[in-house]
Design a protein around this ligand. Structure first.
Ligand code: NIG
Ligand code: FE
Length: 427
């Protein structure tokens, strides 16, 4: 019976069916099966359809069976943009921001990301792993089954490698799958103030080759922003990263419209993220080049910025993903229910678009839409049972997790009814 699971009688299975990003209008379709069942074997979805059809000629005694009567079943959520491995906290900054100090002002005065860098340098590898593990555990309770994580609180060789190693270790020992991104150009360290070009050269010559050689990252990202890294500096770094075989992501057009969206298209990036200030031309180029727009409403909310123009971006035909941006500065939350509330209430996204943005399009934003992000035969069995009969309840229960059971690689790893929720680990 090991590794064999049936979920049956689900009032709704929201399959989000597909093996690539859903663009524009395609984001409205959830591909729903009413009274559905799923057969899972060895961590893979073997069959999905109407209960009656799926279970015909199946000996249920050979399986562990979950009756999902009156429940809705969705693909696990994917959080495709986080900075969840870091040392220290910046709670005092939150207080300063409440008093009116702006995020970039704090950064320009020598605070912000650089503060996290100091604490991350001091932390041991084991401490980073322990803190990271707790944050991943919390994500599971929101129905997350895969997550992207970035370095960028090192800004030097040893600490960047330490952060990436922490994620590698967590990927091997924690049930969630982690896609790892090298974000060495996340801020300008104190000793390089005003010498951004030299810092980019340092990263290119001394850090990037080691990261690539040790195979510690799948993606390379950069904070392309006024007073941080320019378009030219970002282009130089990302082109080099591509030569080393890394795929590309960008923190683009968050605070100032620099042209990060355009650059993402030029470089064939997998995703461009934030995009609060992205131009219409940049968005059009992203559509033409299949760059996923990963929007981070938690950050706009926390920084009291205006939200990215999700409606325009989707109506232009772009694929939109949503993520928490979980980090110690601009958005310290791993709450998917908060992101759902903001997307639906403040970004004019429909519930259907929001769910696709957190499943199949989030998978595309980490270049894994062929393996995860939907309930399709052959995909990984990363599935969440929600406690309500329909997906419509998910945003309606505002900012509260509706997750009842989380199934990762075919194993139940979280059960709301059990004390503590978490049930099992990879090893
Ligand atoms: O995506 N914008 C740059 N990076 C992060 C913030 C990191 C931090 O403040 O620690 C972001 O918002
Ligand atoms: Fe970020």
């Amino acid at each position: 019976m090991k590794n064999k699971l049936i979920i049956k009688n689900a009032n709704e299975i929201i399959t989000c069916s597909g093996f690539k990003q859903k663009k524009g209008k395609e984001m409205s379709d959830l591909h729903i099966i009413n009274d559905g069942a799923i057969i899972i074997e060895d961590g893979i979805i073997k069959k999905v359809g109407k209960t009656e059809n799926v279970l015909r000629n199946i000996d249920e005694n050979q399986y562990k069976v979950i009756d999902a009567n009156n429940k809705c079943v969705l693909p696990g959520f994917i959080d495709p943009h986080t900075h969840f491995v870091f040392g220290g906290y910046r709670a005092e900054e939150y207080g300063w921001r409440l008093k009116g100090l702006e995020y970039m002002e704090i950064m320009n005065r020598g605070g912000g990301i650089v503060n996290s860098t100091d604490a991350t340098k001091e932390a041991t590898l084991d401490e980073l792993i322990d803190m990271g593990r707790k944050r991943l555990d919390s994500m599971i309770s929101f129905g997350v089954t895969s997550v992207e994580g970035k370095s960028g609180y090192g800004l030097d060789l040893d600490t960047e490698i330490k952060q990436l190693k922490a994620m590698k270790e967590l990927n091997e020992t924690h049930p969630l799958d982690i896609s790892t991104t090298f974000l060495g150009a996340h801020a300008v360290p104190e000793e390089y103030k005003g010498r951004q070009d030299e810092f980019i050269d340092y990263i290119i010559e001394n850090v990037l080759p080691k990261v690539a050689e040790k195979n510690l990252a799948e993606f390379c990202d950069v904070f392309c922003e006024e007073n941080v890294f320019s378009i030219e500096q970002s282009r130089k770094l990302l082109k080099k990263a591509k030569e080393f075989g890394l795929k590309i992501k960008l923190h683009a057009d968050e605070i100032v419209p620099l042209g990060g969206a355009e650059l993402s298209a030029e470089l064939g990036a997998i995703s461009a993220d934030h995009l609060l200030q992205a131009s219409n031309r940049g968005i059009k180029l992203m559509v033409e080049n299949n760059v996923v727009a990963t929007l981070l409403p938690g950050t706009a909310f926390s920084l009291k910025e205006r939200y990215a123009r999700a409606r325009d971006i989707i109506d232009s035909g772009c694929a939109v993903a949503l993520a928490t941006d979980m980090n110690p500065g601009s958005c310290f939350t791993e709450s998917i229910p908060l992101i759902i509330a903001l997307a639906t209430l403040y970004m004019d996204m429909t519930t259907e678009e929001t769910i696709n943005a957190l499943t199949i399009n989030a998978a595309a934003a980490i270049d894994k839409a062929d393996m995860i992000g939907s309930i399709d035969e052959g995909k990984k069995a990363d599935i969440v049972i929600h406690e309500f009969p329909s997906y419509n309840y998910i945003p309606y229960h505002i900012a509260v997790s509706t997750v009842e059971k989380v199934i990762k690689n075919g194993n139940i790893i979280y059960n709301k009814d059990d004390r503590g929720g978490l049930l099992c680990y990879k090893n």
